[in-house]
Design a protein around this ligand. Sequence first.
Ligand code: CDP
Ligand code: CDP
Length: 220
Amino acid sequence: MTNNKQIAIDGPASAGKSTVAKILAKKMNYIYCDTGAMYRALTLAALRQNADISSEIELTKILADIEISFKQMADGQHVFLNGEDVTQEIRLPEVTNSVSEVSSFKKVRAELVSRQRKFSDSDSIVMDGRDIGTVVLPEADLKIFLVASVEERAQRRYDENTKNGINTPFDVLKKEIEDRDTYDSTRKESPLVQAEDAILVDTTGLNIDQVVQKIEDLMN
Ligand code: CDP
Ligand code: CDP
């Protein structure tokens, strides 16, 4: 038995999961695990090797050879692939467009879920993703299912891109989000679904501080 606490945050793309999870982890002095970044790091490794991303066997072999780690830096948490900082690269459109297919395979998920659980062995943790409350941390102390209208989620991504000098049109972003949500929600292995004991938090029209406050209220 341990006294470590677990907070699970799931939901569709761009609902604000990672932003809110990072703030909560900092406030509570918990570690933060961005599971999406782990699927993205594997996708990047596969694309770099020109691997067949529809092959579960190829992906599993690549995964066996890679180490994915997180490190807290002055400007936030960075993601490392075999020691190389890939924090920026894993957000590239090529990775985003392939990550759902890579994430759909049973053996890929089994291996990454096992690595994710190890992160929670030693510390209290906030973990975000698609299957945290349902599969990775089924006994979590608090499970949040974060949603917002697709229009608002696409607008948030659009604003974020504009700040970073990326000019993808709004309609393209909206369709990418819709397609990825459909793929993630309808796949056979660990689809994106709200856990029975998760609390639905609709963030449409709420800013980040308001969402954090809502979750903090639920923790008490
Ligand atoms: O931040 P964003 O919403 O773009 O996505 P992400 O959290 O980085 O996750 C990228 C993709 O990885 C998702 O669309 C899922 O296909 C997959 N994923 C997953 O299958 N299971 C998780 N626990 C986390 C992410
Ligand atoms: O992790 P996930 O894909 O769910 O979303 P995110 O990357 O945390 O958030 C996507 C964008 O929405 C970021 O630029 C956040 O700053 C922004 N956001 C917001 O404007 N209002 C919120 N209530 C939550 C997030």
